[in-house]
Design a protein around this ligand. Structure first.
Ligand code: NDP
Length: 353
């Protein structure tokens, strides 16, 4: 495993390709030092080859010395939300990774783009399609790349499943089921607030929606039905605990989606004319594995999903190639989620424009 310091050293190294100097490792500033940043992303940045933790943006001064000591972050690379725009002048920071509550993604992604830094934005992209478009426009206008933090799309067993759209090992798809949930979730803080992007559908359901799209390679045209279920009303006053939905594609295929923070289902299953395949679990941090009805196993090992995701995203910047999870992907998922909410509210099917 590399250390933060070897990561910083790598930053100094540059390769010359086609006469242009390229960094081998990009400096990343994390915005929002909460659970995901602290427990998953910062440790993963010690394992990445093409990205390293160079800076932080935080509203909590007490976190600064802890992060500086652990990751060797320089004083001049520490920002708060008011000073964050000054990252524009910091050559050690190439990418800003937005890991704040969902309702705040747009605000900080736009500040990062305006500072001329590439943007990595956590899932779900934003609260609504208009906010997603704002992020896309800011990145486009400022000529920076935008990647969504959909770690599953980088995961090799998920990639194998995605490839079956083309190879069709069991013929035409007949049904799809995506369940992304965990049990025992008790929403606190922003996760309990609708206006902040709390609730099962935004937090976990986005994986099911995204999985239905990557499994089929198609975008649904209709929410056939959707329903929210609250089993623990004392805990879920504003947001959904469980949401069940059905999506229909232009070719008639129907996909069932399930998401919950009260029940533990976690699988992506595709049934076809002459067999089936599935991933279970389909979106855990570790141990995403799959099987097929012909006995073939999907069991490639990934040491660290987040490191893989960030290395891929960094390479897309370094080599100026397309990112795997662009803003358009995040925006479409949010459009579908908004339509699922509209269907649950009206009790009717909703066309997805
Ligand atoms: P946390 O609540 O643990 O952390 C969010 C951090 O954002 C806070 O600690 C705080 O950092 C900062 N923040 C800024 N403004 C606010 C505010 N008004 N209210 C609360 N926090 C604020 O959330 P998570 O880390 O669990 O989630 C953050 C994002 O990451 C979400 O979008 C979530 O969906 C996504 N996520 C993605 C996962 C994945 O697997 N891809 C897994 C988990 C989360 P500070 O004190 O430094 O200012």
């Amino acid at each position: 495993m590399t250390s933060a310091y070897t990561g910083m050293y790598a930053c100094q190294q540059k390769a010359t390709v086609g006469g242009t100097e390229k960094k081998k490792s990009l400096g990343v500033a994390i915005v929002g030092l909460g659970y995901y940043a602290t427990d998953l992303i910062a440790p993963a940045l010690l394992q990445t080859e093409h990205a390293h933790l160079a800076g932080v943006v935080t509203g909590s001064p007490e976190k600064i010395p802890i992060w500086q000591e652990k990751y060797g972050i320089k004083d001049q690379n520490v920002y708060n939300y008011e000073t964050m725009h000054r990252i524009a002048d910091n050559e050690e920071i190439d990418v800003v990774y937005v890991i704040v509550p969902t309702a705040l993604h747009t605000k900080y992604a736009v500040i990062a783009a305006r500072a001329g830094k590439h943007v990595w934005c956590e899932k779900p992209m934003a609260l609504n399609v208009a906010q997603c478009q704002e992020i896309i426009d800011a990145c486009h206008k400022n000529k920076v790349k935008l990647s969504l933090g959909y770690r599953m799309i980088h995961e090799p067993n998920t990639q194998a499943l995605i490839s079956y759209q083309e190879t069709k090992p069991f013929g035409k798809m007949t049904s799809v089921l995506a369940e992304s949930s965990y049990a025992g979730g008790e929403p606190q803080g922003w996760r309990a607030k609708k206006a902040m992007g709390g609730g099962a559908m935004y937090d976990m359901g986005v994986y099911a929606v995204n999985a239905i799209r990557y499994a089929t390679g198609m975008d649904p045209i209709e929410v056939v039905s959707a329903r929210h279920i609250i089993d623990r009303p004392a805990l879920f006053k504003e947001v959904d605990e469980t949401t069940v939905f059905q999506l229909r594609f232009r070719n008639g295929l129907v996909a069932d989606g399930f998401t919950s923070v009260g029940k533990p289902n976690n699988q992506l299953r595709v049934d076809c004319e002459s067999g089936w395949y599935r991933l279970a679990p389909m979106q855990s941090y570790h141990g995403v594995v799959g099987e097929r009805s012909d006995g073939v196993q999907m069991n490639a090992f990934v040491e660290n999903q987040q490191a893989l995701q960030m290395d891929n995203d960094a390479l897309a910047i370094i080599n100026d190639t397309a990112v795997k999870c662009p803003g358009s992907m995040g925006k479409k998922d949010i459009q579908i989620i908004e339509s699922i909410f509209a269907s649950a509210e009206s009790g009717k099917s909703v066309a997805i424009a």
